[in-house]
Design a binder for this molecule. Structure first.
Ligand SMILES: [Fe+2]
Ligand SMILES: [Fe+2]
Length: 192
């Protein structure tokens, strides 16, 4: 295997950090979905499962680029602290917000500084998909805090996940194509 080229050392380090973040988010959301089902928030459980699937797609995309640049995609999965569904949603929103406001913009700027198109594409896809997660988590938090268990958070429902970039929608036919990566909408996965 080719060693990592000098100009890509920081990009690979960033990709590994993002890979670790996405892999841990997937594990966390999967555990949070189980708790949400137990708490009777079946719609929130569906959202956690949809977001977990999206994070898995992000991790796989990052891993592919790490390999392309001569790196080795490995990471540790940390112990997961599970609390109430409302608290779990707030932890999830906090993670998404960090990725949207800090992590991915920084990683994107670094990749753009030497025009690494593969890294730019995977960071950009993840950044845009995380915005959909943050919006949906914030909506769920507001509904839980208002005690609206008779809303979508309380009943099982479907979410729709782009298989290429992880863009997550609550609507089966929002567009003809994914607004982030242009994947055909009929390829979207339904997650319940
Ligand atoms: Fe996310
Ligand atoms: Fe997409």
């Amino acid at each position: 295997m080719q060693p990592v080229a000098a100009e890509n050392v920081i990009t690979v380090k960033n990709l590994l950090a993002a890979y670790e973040g996405e892999s841990n988010a997937q594990a966390k959301y999967t555990a949070f979905a189980v708790q949400a089902d137990e708490d009777g928030y079946l719609g929130a459980a569906s959202l956690f499962r949809a977001a977990a699937r999206a994070e898995q797609i992000h991790a796989a995309n990052h891993a592919r680029v790490i390999g392309l640049l001569g790196g080795d995609a490995q990471c540790d999965i940390h112990e997961i602290e599970i609390k109430s569904t409302l608290e779990n949603l707030k932890v999830a929103l906090g993670g998404e917000t960090y990725e949207i406001e800090s992590m991915y913009p920084g990683f994107l700027a670094e990749a753009e500084s030497h025009n690494n198109t593969a890294a730019i594409r995977t960071f950009h896809g993840a950044l845009e998909a995380e915005k959909t997660h943050a919006r949906l988590y914030a909506e769920a938090i507001a509904l839980l805090e208002a005690g609206k268990k008779d809303s979508w958070v309380g009943s099982p429902r479907d979410f729709f996940v782009c298989p290429v970039c992880g863009y997550t929608s609550e609507t089966p036919e929002e567009h003809d194509r994914c607004p982030v990566c242009n994947c055909a909408w009929d390829r979207f996965e339904t997650v319940s």
